[in-house]
Every structure is written in structure tokens, then in C-alpha cells.
Design a protein around this ligand. Structure first.
Ligand code: WT7
Length: 649
């Protein structure tokens, strides 16, 4: 395989954390020699501790690892208070609304806003350890809400605003939330849209939620439930802007974030205080080369881990200026993103391959119309990026000057795991390159043997790391089963990511995608099991299997094989497709829209009744079937399915 290698333009970087690969290898070795000591050194250097920790890593109850045991800190303090001495008038958050409206919030203002919000929560009886669900648009109050929870030690659980009432309800119930923070709605592509009515539906029959705090953003009419709903805008003005930061233990939960697994309902990924904030901050410095005068822009939504770590916690812990955007990158036209980069002189731009492909498709020459010379680093995350998209990003957006960091990580990892270092790593387009120092990411087989080059294996992380998932909220068994039951190294269970990957001849890591039943649609992680459970609610459907199918823009699209209970006509099928999508929208949200429905006579099953998903995946991708189908319960069904699929393409 002959691949192009791109070297960092050294003149773009003044004082990077890693100037070259030697410095990278030195730190990797330091971690190899003294794993705990090196982590302890960074933790003491980067975190403002109220009380030092006693033990760096406690493995006594593996895989429930504990980091920086006995340390006391507060994450909001780490993100705000400690910057007041040198940066009180620096912009912490620059916000741009869908309609171009602007707000700049300095660190001192952020301090006041967060304290007021924290006092408001306290006045409602929210205490350390209580769960607060945040269902918000991309407005600064969403960040204030997260930090206010962190300040008083409440555990937030942000639910992406695109999720339906049903999905929101599931998460509220699972987390047993006491308070929900939402907004009346917000603006998208020039028009108002609503959130509060969805909260009202989600809370029907739910009695654990005592209060709903409503931020009035779009000022559309909403229903107010008396005794339950309160207006943020009315109550915040009377709150004191001083609120002592709760003294938290390193291992107290910081937040839950629900994400899809290969089976069952979404799981509440639980993150802890110290390890998470350490890695959020350190990766901002290492991977984004964040400097005091930079304007950093991550285009994610706070409803996903990228928004948590790389819009709110990481940038603020690093004392940076984070740009937060309410709108859509392609509205009012495909130059919006580049116009904003020019206007704010953005230095680091971080987005998803699906956005890059869309921007490329809608306006391939659009970046050339703007002055993008402030850009130094371009980041990508969420799914494998294809070389053509990579090259457009590099040449046209980055002008051939900027370093591209293709960052592989997950909700569960808390922060970056495998990524180039912008001033050091020679990159190959579409490879996430090497693990960060301190991260023992390896491609192995089930027994821990390292895979030879060009052979696909399991992407595992073979040593615990500070920002790792601590457990699944309320379901420790599922935690062990989901992550620590696939692969072992030296007889010890290791963390398995769910992704497949390959080394090349130079040891570069190439992520090949999920090997489980998780799919990635426009960078949104969805479980095929959840979508199937929704579709099964349709009364005419006997069986369903959902798989991902490659899509030019979205990465993957949702493909459903449906077996009906009775005979049907084409007109009925059209109707059923519509109804399927209505159910999916209600149960999960529009992000899980089913793009293709194949009405098939049956599903390929083993004699014991297990659906052979691998065959279904191959058919949806148009790949040849390599498996032996003769042992299937009904071998002929495969041909029938292929015929149907060919006719619906
Ligand atoms: C899954 C995790 C990490 C924040 C956003 C997604 C895929 C993520 C990359 C990348 C190839 C990637 C993996 C992973 N993924 N980054 N750079 N190259 N694939 O977080 O929703 O938890 O999804 O996203 O399949 O397992 P998430």
C-alpha cells in the first residue's frame, strides 16, 4: 500500500506540547516505565486540588477502577474560579445565535452566571448527588447549567435536543432525575422550534421530577404547569452571584451521558470528576495546541460527549475561549461556517466528517471566498473520514498549512485516545495515527495477541486511564459485560471499544468501524436494537432487523429488513414505511429515520433461531456473502432477500 504522508508545517506552531515524534516517544516511554507516577505528575500539575490525593490508581475492584483516590476538587472551580486571577476579562464563551445574534461571556461573567444558576438549583432543593436532566438548545445557559451542577455536586445528564419525548422520558426515569432544565425552544434555519412541549409529554405520568426550569429563549407561547415549571429568566435575577464550590471527591460522579449499545436501551455512561477534567484539559493542550489568544470552535452539540468535553469542560479548564454556535453550518448558505471562522479568527476548528462532506458537496469553493488564515488546526471526530473529504479539508479549508487531527474516541473514553499531535505526527489521510501518551490502545485478538499489519482486530485499551467510564448508571453488570468481556490480555479482561481496526506496515492505526450492532448516522451513534424495538411496535410487522448501509454524506444510513404478518400491496407498503418513520420519530427522534425499508419474506436464521446479521449487513452494503448459508434454517431466503434489495435500490 503506497500512502501519502503529510508532515506538520512546523512554522505554524510556536510552543507545542510535542515538537516532534521524539518528544512523543519519550513521554510514551515515561508512561511505560512509571504509569502511575506519570499520571500523578500530570494530575498534580494541572488540577487545583483542595486536598491532594492519596493513591493514584486503585485496581482492587477492577474493572471498577478508581483514580486519584482521596483527592478533593471542584470541576467548576477548575474551569472558572482558578482563571479569575489572570483571565477575568477574557472571553470564556463567544456565542453566536442562529440569526447572527452575538454574546460574549467573560470568565468573570461566567463565574457570576454559574453561581446564580447554582444558587437557583440549591433553592429548589437540589443537592450533591442529585440528578438533573438538561434538555437544551445550544445557548450559553446550557453551559451555565452544566457548570452549575458541577459546582454544587449535582450529576447532570444532558439529553440531545433532537431526541423525542419517549427517549427523554426513558433517560429521566433511568437517571431518576429530580429537576429538568430546558428552554421554551430556540431557532434553527431562521425559524423557531420548540423543546418545552416535548418535556411536557415526557413528564406525563412521571412523578419523580419536582421542578422544570425553563429558559425563555424564543419567547414562543408554551404551557406552564403550576407548581412544577419555573421561569429561569424571572428567578435568576434574584440569585446571589456567590456560591461556594462544593468539595468533591475525585471519584464522585460528574455526569451521566446516555449512549447506544448493541443491545437493549441506551446506557448511562458515568464519568467521574478528577480523571475526566484532567484529560479534558490535557488533550486541549496536546491535541488542539490551545494558547491564550486562540479562538477555538467545536461545532458539536452539547448533547453529545464531544460537546461536553470539547465545547464546555476541556476549553474552560484550559482557560480558553470557546465558540458556541446555535445554528446550522450551512444556513443561510454553505459559507456560514467559513464566514464565522473569518469573523472570529478561529484558530482551531473541530467538526465531524459528515459535516465536512456536506460542506464540500454544497460549496466546494466556498472556503476560498473567506480569509481563513487564522486556522492552525482542523479536527475531525465521530466516524472514519474518507480520503477525498480529508483532502478537501486539508487543501481547501486548511490551505495546505493546517494540521488535521483525526481524533478517535468515544462517549466512554471521555476524551481523545488515538490522534495525531498537530506539530509532531506525520499523518496519512484517514488514519487516526497513534495513541496519545498514557493511552494503551492496541489492536489485538480475544487473547491479547497483537494483530499483524493489515489484519483486522479488536481495538482495545489495555490499561485503565483517568477519563474512562466508571460504570453504567444503575447497571454495573452491564458495564462489565459491555466492555470487559470480549478480550483479555495476560489473562486480565481489557476494555474493548466495539470498533475494529488495523495496523499498517508503519504501525499507523486505521479504524474500520463498529463490529457490533451500533451504527453511526451523521455522526450520531444509534443502536440497531433500539430502532428495531421501535419498528416492532407497528401492528402489521412480524419481524425486523436493522443494519447500517454506507451513505455518501451521512456515513451510514438506517436500513430495515421487515417481515410483515400478512400479505400486502405496494400501496400498503408505502403507507407502512411512512408509519414506521412516525413511530421511530416518536420513540427515538428524527435522527434515527429509516432510509430504506426492504419488505422481505423472512430473515436468515440459524437452526437455533438466531438472526444472521452479518449476512444482512453484507447484503445492505452490496457485498458478496462469504458465509456458508447452507446451515441456515431456510437457505433459500437469502436469495429472496437479495432480489428484494436489488429492486429497492
Ligand atoms: C464511536 C463512538 C467521540 C465523540 C463522538 C462519537 C466512532 C469516533 C472516530 C474517528 C473513526 C470514529 C467509533 C466509536 N468514531 N471517532 N476519528 N474515526 N471512527 O462518540 O457517539 O460515543 O461514538 O464513533 O466507531 O466507537 P460516540
Amino acid at each position: 500500500m503506497l500512502q501519502e504522508v503529510y508532515y506538520p508545517k512546523k512554522e505554524m506552531f510556536k510552543d507545542p506540547a510535542f515538537k516532534n515524534m521524539c518528544e512523543y516517544h519519550e513521554l510514551v516511554e515515561e508512561f511505560e516505565k512509571d504509569y502511575e507516577g506519570t499520571w500523578a505528575k500530570f494530575a498534580r500539575e494541572k488540577i487545583t486540588w483542595f486536598e491532594d490525593f492519596k493513591q493514584t490508581l486503585d485496581t482492587s475492584n477492577a474493572p471498577f477502577y478508581k483514580w486519584f483516590v482521596g483527592g478533593k476538587l471542584n470541576v467548576a472551580y477548575q474551569c472558572i474560579d482558578r482563571h479569575l486571577e489572570n483571565r477575568k476579562n477574557k472571553a470564556a464563551i463567544i456565542w453566536e445565535g442562529d440569526n447572527g445574534e452575538k454574546r460574549i461571556i467573560t470568565y468573570l461573567e461566567l463565574y457570576r452566571e454559574v453561581n446564580r444558576f447554582a444558587n437557583l438549583l440549591k433553592s429548589l432543593g437540589v443537592k450533591k448527588g442529585d440528578r438533573v436532566v438538561i434538555y437544551m438548545p445550544m445557548i450559553p445557559e446550557a453551559a451555565f447549567a452544566m457548570l452549575a451542577c458541577a459546582r454544587i455536586g449535582a450529576i447532570h445528564s444532558v439529553v440531545f435536543g433532537g431526541f423525542s419525548a419517549e427517549a427523554l422520558k426513558d433517560r429521566i426515569l433511568d437517571a431518576e432525575a429530580k429537576v429538568v432544565i430546558t428552554a421554551d425552544g430556540a431557532f434553527r434555519k431562521g425559524s423557531p422550534y420548540m423543546l418545552k412541549p416535548t418535556v411536557d409529554i415526557a413528564l406525563e405520568g412521571v412523578d419523580i421530577v419536582e421542578k422544570v426550569i425553563v429558559v425563555e429563549r424564543n419567547n414562543e407561547d408554551i404551557e406552564w404547569v403550576s407548581g412544577r415549571d419555573i421561569s429561569y429568566n424571572d428567578l435568576i435575577v434574584n440569585q446571589s452571584d456567590e456560591c461556594p464550590a462544593e468539595i468533591m471527591d475525585s471519584e464522585d460522579p460528574l455526569f451521566l451521558l446516555y449512549t447506544s449499545g448493541s443491545t437493549g436501551k441506551p446506557k448511562g455512561v458515568q464519568h467521574a470528576q478528577a480523571g475526566y477534567i484532567l484529560w479534558a484539559q490535557l488533550t486541549m493542550e496536546w491535541v488542539f495546541d490551545i494558547k491564550d489568544n486562540d479562538t477555538y470552535w467545536c461545532t458539536a452539540d452539547i448533547g453529545w460527549i464531544t460537546g461536553h468535553t470539547y465545547i464546555v469542560y476541556g476549553p474552560l479548564a484550559a482557560g480558553a475561549t470557546t465558540l458556541m454556535f446555535e445554528g446550522v453550518l450551512t444556513y443561510p448558505d454553505s459559507g456560514r461556517a467559513w464566514k464565522m471562522v473569518e469573523e472570529y479568527k478561529v484558530n482551531q476548528f473541530y467538526t465531524a466528517p459528515t459535516a465536512i462532506r456536506l460542506l464540500n458537496k454544497m460549496g466546494p469553493d466556498e472556503p476560498k471566498k473567506y480569509d481563513l488564515s487564522s486556522l492552525r488546526i482542523l479536527g475531525t471526530v465521530g466516524e472514519p473520514i474518507d480520503p477525498p473529504a480529508w483532502k478537501w479539508y486539508y487543501e481547501v479549508v486548511g490551505g495546505g498549512r493546517c494540521s488535521i487531527v483525526d481524533t478517535w474516541w468515544q462517549t466512554e473514553t471521555g476524551g481523545h485516545m488515538i490522534t495525531p499531535l498537530p506539530a509532531a505526527t506525520p499523518v496519512k489521510p484517514a488514519s487516526a495515527t497513534f495513541p496519545l501518551p498514557g493511552i494503551f490502545a492496541e489492536i489485538i485478538d480475544e487473547t491479547g495477541e497483537r494483530m499483524p499489519a493489515h489484519e483486522k482486530g479488536l481495538l482495545c485499551i489495555t490499561k485503565p486511564w483517568p477519563s474512562m467510564i466508571r460504570t453504567i448508571w444503575g447497571d454495573p453488570e452491564r458495564f462489565v459485560k459491555s466492555y470487559f468481556s470480549t478480550a483479555k490480555k495476560m489473562g486480565e479482561p481489557v476494555y474493548f471499544s466495539g470498533d475494529g481496526a488495523m495496523y499498517d506496515e508503519d504501525g499507523y492505526i486505521w479504524i474500520t468501524g463498529r463490529v457490533d450492532d451500533v451504527i453511526n448516522v451523521s455522526g450520531h451513534r444509534l443502536g440497531t436494537a433500539e430502532i428495531e424495538a421501535a419498528i416492532k411496535k407497528h401492528p402489521l410487522i412480524a419481524e425486523v432487523a436493522v443494519v447500517g448501509r454506507p451513505d455518501e454524506i451521512k456515513g451510514e444510513s438506517v436500513f430495515a429488513y421487515v417481515v410483515l404478518k400478512g400479505e400486502d400491496t405496494v400501496a400498503e407498503e408505502m403507507e407502512i414505511i411512512k408509519e414506521i418513520n412516525e413511530i421511530v420519530k416518536e420513540e427515538i427522534g428524527a435522527i434515527a429515520k429509516v432510509d430504506t425499508v426492504a419488505f422481505v419474506p423472512g430473515l436468515p436464521k440459524t437452526r437455533s433461531g438466531k438472526i444472521m446479521r452479518r449476512i444482512l449487513r453484507a447484503i445492505a452494503k452490496g457485498e458478496a456473502i462469504t458465509q456458508d448459508t447452507s446451515t441456515l434454517e431456510d437457505p433459500k431466503v437469502v436469495e429472496a432477500i437479495i432480489e428484494v434489495v436489488n429492486s429497492c435500490i
